[in-house]
Design a protein around this ligand. Structure first.
Ligand code: B1M
Length: 212
């Protein structure tokens, strides 16, 4: 669809206002929000990621694209979240220590809230200790960690270790581009999912099956 290709192109160019206008137009035209996200915004960000890898674009350009992507996802938020629901469980969420990537984490936040889960979002650069403190403070059922760097994903193992040491009744979920099921298994995480929607589905199921 031409409009989705245009959204992708504007994300690549970091043109936030154009992205916002076209996402609004696509919604008005009745295009499904998930399709706008996948084939427009995320498709554009994929291209940016490939160019970043080849040093064809640099941090400032990537930040502009990230801002454009965020403006688009803000508009999609109510459509992706669906009906407001009663609170079904509490999740402590964050991007791990040393890591400042937050777009995927924000998608996870949005999808979880859409399922009626309470999300305590600790933001980026979150240490294992901080995850544990917040889980205790909010009596959370789940700690959800996002990592985008191979150099930071090890902090997820520290979270699992601290959960065990503190004997916390909390499931640890992990995800983010470099994270795999094999990695999740190797650190003893309770769940790995590849995308934000599956992450929210698993979290909801877990909270429902562990409701006291
Ligand atoms: Co960075 N960066 N970046 N970056 N950046 C990557 C991740 C990289 C793959 C680019 C590349 O080389 N191709 C590379 C990492 C290489 C590696 O370690 N394997 C990289 C690098 C190297 C860096 C710097 C070190 C660059 C530098 O300074 N030299 C630096 C590190 C800064 C730091 O964090 N300390 C850096 C900086 C940045 C920006 C600040 C410029 C910016 C971030 C802006 C922001 O987030 N606000 C940025 C961006 C935007 C990217 C790329 C281009 C896009 C990431 C993204 O947002 N994708 C990225 C390349 C790429 O991934 N293609 C890249 C869209 C987002 C929706 O996807 O977060 O994967 P993602 O989320 C997905 C799934 O992974 C999943 O759900 C989402 C889909 O539904 N998911 C979960 C995410 N979290 C989950 C948690 C779950 C479950 C699923 O359970 C809890």
């Amino acid at each position: 669809m031409a409009i989705l290709e245009d959204i992708s192109a504007f994300v690549q160019q970091g043109r936030a206002k154009n992205v916002k206008a076209l996402v609004a137009q696509a919604l008005e035209e009745g295009i499904d929000a998930q399709q706008i996200l996948n084939d427009g915004l995320l498709a554009g960000m994929d291209v940016v990621g490939e160019r970043f890898k080849k040093n064809e674009v640099y941090v400032p350009e990537v930040l502009l694209s990230a801002r454009a992507m965020n403006m688009g996802t803000e508009l999609l938020k109510p459509h992706l979240q669906g009906e407001a629901a009663v609170q079904k469980g509490t999740v402590v969420l964050g991007t791990v220590k040393g890591d400042l990537h937050d777009i995927g984490k924000n998608l996870v936040h949005m999808m979880m809230e859409g399922k009626g889960l309470e999300v305590i979002d600790l933001g980026v650069d979150v240490s294992a200790e901080r995850f544990i403190e917040a889980a205790k403070e909010h009596n959370a059922s789940i700690i959800a960690c996002s990592a985008l760097l191979t150099t930071t994903m090890g902090e997820m193992g520290n979270v699992v270790q601290l959960v065990k040491q503190n004997d916390l009744p909390v499931a640890v979920m992990v995800g983010g581009a470099p994270v795999t099921q094999a990695f999740a298994d190797s650190i003893g995480a309770d769940c790995y999912t590849a995308d934000a929607a599956s992450c929210a589905d698993w979290a909801l199921q877990y909270c429902q099956s562990h409701a006291s």
